[in-house]
Design a binder for this molecule. Structure first.
Ligand SMILES: Nc1ncnc2c1ncn2[C@@H]1O[C@H](COP(=O)(O)OP(=O)(O)OP(=O)(O)O)[C@@H](O)[C@H]1O
Length: 280
């Protein structure tokens, strides 16, 4: 079963459109959703949550259409946005009272445990908290009704590496339950390398690939050499080529190439750069 299924999602603004975006997040897995600024990540996420009206396409969460079953689906989702949609004049204790009214499954003791774990002052108003504290508060708020799916839009952006690490640990703890799933959008590809099982890469509103992380990291290789050397690699094994500092570089499917060639192991960032800057 897929926690998320998106088929041919289309949404246009002046000067930008999501073009037939399709990908799935299998239940029990973490999907990293990457792309440059303005690639369409937040637009996709807002359509998934029915905060933006799609033009066409189908969005299923837990196998149900989000537009038809919005309320029941949202009970099982925790959401974190990078621009924190939390009322700024309330403090963490007041937010607990508010959330109790929103979610039947709201767990105050779990919530206050997270506040203590994250050292978030209970009586300070949201606007008086640092960005890192607000982000952690937002994550505690997203988790305390015990959702099955977390939808996270840049949850670690602008945070220092120590806080990022703590937050990633919390997500890994959430994933201990194998019915849980996460969609995690980020430009910080090292965070995704730590926790994602799959990576979906969106560029100019189009999904360029949606693939298992291990496939990307272990089956893809970077070959560096002269034009003649690249010429010896079979065409079908070359995914993208680009000019490097000392010749040509190619992103290659290693299994399709004779063992005499040696390759460098790519990072997710290298693969993204090949797709954006390279040619076929
Ligand atoms: N409400 C809106 N009205 C008009 N244009 C919009 C609206 N929301 C987003 N856009 C445009 O859609 C494009 C995609 O934006 P989106 O926020 O989805 O990108 P993103 O991948 O999340 O970027 P970032 O990493 O910078 O957050 C941008 O060109 C943006 O200006």
């Amino acid at each position: 079963m897929n926690a998320i299924e998106i088929h041919d999602l289309h949404k246009s603004f002046e000067g930008f459109s999501l073009k037939d975006v399709s990908f799935s997040v299998p239940q029990g897995t973490v999907m990293g959703f990457v792309g440059e600024n303005g690639a369409g990540k937040s637009t996709t996420i807002k359509c998934m949550l029915n905060l933006l009206k799609k033009e066409y396409g189908e969005i299923l969460l837990f196998g149900k259409d989000i537009v038809e079953h919005e309320l029941s689906i949202k009970n099982d989702i925790g959401v974190v946005f990078d621009d924190l949609h939390i009322p700024e004049t309330l403090n963490a204790t007041q937010l607990d009272k508010f959330m109790k009214k929103v979610f039947k499954t709201w767990d105050s003791s779990y919530y206050f445990e997270r506040l203590r774990q994250f050292k978030i002052p209970e009586k300070k108003r949201v606007k008086e908290l640092s960005r890192g504290m607000r982000m952690k508060l937002s994550i505690a708020l997203a988790l305390a009704h015990h959702p099955k799916l977390l939808i996270l839009d840049e949850p670690t952006s602008g945070l220092d590496p120590i806080i990022r690490d703590e937050i990633l640990d919390l997500f890994l703890a959430f994933m201990q339950d194998e019915t849980h799933s996460i969609l995690f959008s980020s430009h910080i590809t090292s965070d995704l390398e730590k926790i994602a099982d799959y990576i979906t890469f969106i560029h100019n509103g189009e999904v360029l690939f949606s693939e298992g992380k291990d496939v990307l990291l272990y089956e893809y290789g970077i070959f560096k050499g002269s034009k003649e050397e690249i010429g010896a690699i079979p065409e079908h094994a070359i995914l993208r080529k680009r000019n490097g500092a000392f010749g040509v570089e190619a992103l290659v499917l290693k299994n399709e190439v004779n063992e005499v060639f040696s390759f460098e192991k790519p990072s997710i960032e290298d693969i993204m750069l090949f797709y954006v800057k390279g040619s076929v």
